[in-house]
Design a protein around this ligand. Structure first.
Ligand SMILES: C[S@@+](CC[C@H](N)C(=O)[O-])C[C@H]1O[C@@H](n2cnc3c(N)ncnc32)[C@H](O)[C@@H]1O
Length: 456
């Protein structure tokens, strides 16, 4: 029998996980009846366009986690550590999106020479080619070589994401433009007397970076007064939802949402969650609550995208400042997606306290956010719906949980807030009179249920 403590046996076990998870992913694609995607594909695979990819995401979490763990053991450490730093993919993606390279290539499915592409977007051809080559290496865009004319590029399944109309493209812009600016001052904020020990909203690295540029920019308040910023942000939120596969919750209504009739989407945005919810479940009464200007924007978006749901008054739009007021009272579910992670503990507790005031005896709060686990933490399998990676993987899936831990850092950079551990969520819940009752693992994100504390 293999001794699992032997280093070589561990490497073999990681290789096996890579193999079996790749086969699980292949099976998910095949289930659609459309085969597997190819590296040369120039269109999306039907599975790319569905909203329930939980099984695929579970396979990819294992694949990426096991692959990175194996590679970091086998590669020279100098190589692996440099890989952590030596990475300008964000800059190249930013150029491709902002210059609309994928939009232009979309008009030329057979490919376009970089000279013509660069001319079309008014950029230097040599620099444009370097950006595209760096991305092509990572599978985004493809190079179509011909005998006479070299450097001909075309779109592929990955670069289609970078078209200007794509929600995820918009989300990449949000990260590639400001993220590096804020990340660039992280160490500075960690040693600066004013910023270093503060967990206050106005001591985020974003504030430090903007201050250096002579700007003040309270995030959501600035957005309330800037329609263009609001438009980009809410489109990016649709993109974030796609990336995190957050709609998986809609496909597990019976297990997760249970028997409900009245849902309040607290901090609904333009309806990233509530619009598909209303479309899928016509019996539900849905109340969207967000800042006043966002509510006006939401109403326009619903009239455009889901007019049929507005006919009988079962969808409402009620402005709120959730830091000051309670949402509408006595509903079955108060759903908060990507809300608490925007706020440091003091404000997050205030939001929960305000919701607690509105809850009836059977109301539930559903927090939909990323959840942090320590690399050595092995919560018991099956209880609370948590998945744990198989040995010898890191229990929290290591690099397979990349999105969760990068989102945590993003929250720090922008808001001085964080993704929380289950224990941290329990603490802020308890401070608001709520008890954690259930957890559902949706890969990248989790759904955490709270009820009024002290009820059986
Ligand atoms: C990260 S977005 C999430 C939106 C939506 N739940 C989703 O998943 O796409 C956070 C939302 O909180 C809203 N928000 C921020 N501050 C608020 C406040 N004080 N009162 C009510 N809503 C607020 C923002 O307008 C934004 O729509």
């Amino acid at each position: 029998m293999t001794d699992s403590n032997e280093p070589e046996a561990k490497l073999e076990a990681l290789s096996d996980i890579i193999n079996s998870s790749a086969h699980q992913a292949i099976a998910e694609y095949k289930k659609t009846g459309h085969g597997v995607p190819s590296a040369d594909a120039t269109t999306f695979h039907p599975l790319d366009l569905t909203t329930d990819t939980l099984a695929l995401k579970k396979a990819i979490r294992l694949l990426e986690g096991a692959y990175h763990q194996l590679s970091s053991i086998l590669a020279p450490p100098q190589h692996t550590v440099m890989n952590l730093v030596f990475n300008y993919n964000w800059a190249c993606t930013g150029v491709a999106f902002r210059a609309r390279l994928a939009d232009v290539l979309d008009q030329h499915p057979e490919g376009l020479s970089v000279d013509k592409l660069a001319e079309a977007v008014n950029l230097d051809k040599v620099k444009t080619a370097r950006v595209l080559r760096a991305l092509t290496l990572m599978g985004c865009f493809k190079e179509v070589r011909q005998t006479v004319e070299r450097d001909i590029f075309a779109n592929n399944r990955l670069s289609l994401i970078l078209k200007s109309a794509n929600n995820v493209g918009c989300y990449t812009k949000l990260h590639s433009q400001d993220g590096p600016k804020f990340a660039g001052v992280v160490y500075e904020t960690m040693i600066d007397e004013e910023f270093s020990r503060s967990h206050e909203l106005d001591k985020a690295p974003r504030v430090c970076a903007f201050r250096k540029e002579g700007m003040k920019d309270p995030y959501y308040e600035a957005m309330e007064n800037n329609q263009e910023k609001r438009d980009v942000f809410h489109k990016a939120m649709l993109g974030q939802s796609e990336v995190l596969g957050a709609s998986a919750v809609l496909h597990r209504r019976k297990t997760i949402l249970g028997t409900i009739y009245r849902v309040v989407d607290v901090g609904s945005g333009i309806g990233t969650f509530s619009t598909p919810l209303a479309k899928m479940f016509p019996h539900l009464r849905i109340i969207n609550q967000d800042l006043p200007k966002v509510m006006a924007q939401a109403q326009n978006a619903w009239e455009k995208n889901a007019p049929e749901t507005l006919l009988d008054g079962r969808v409402e739009f009620i402005p709120i400042n959730f830091l000051e007021d309670a949402p509408v009272v006595g509903k079955d579910v108060y759903y908060l997606r990507h809300i608490l992670h925007n706020w440091p503990d003091a404000e997050a507790t205030t939001i929960l306290r305000n919701i607690r005031k509105a809850m009836g005896p059977n109301s539930r709060v559903l927090i939909h956010d990323c959840v942090i686990f320590h690399t050595l933490q092995r919560p018991s399998v099956g209880t609370n719906g948590l998945n744990v990676a198989p040995e010898p993987m890191l229990p929290n899936f290591g690099a397979g949980s990349h999105n969760t831990y990068q989102t945590d850092l993003t929250m720090w950079l922008i808001f001085n807030s964080k993704e929380r551990t289950l224990e941290e969520l329990e603490i802020i819940g308890a401070a608001a009179g709520l008890a954690l009752t259930q957890v559902y693992d949706l890969v990248d994100t989790m759904l955490i249920e709270f009820r009024i504390a002290g009820q059986s």
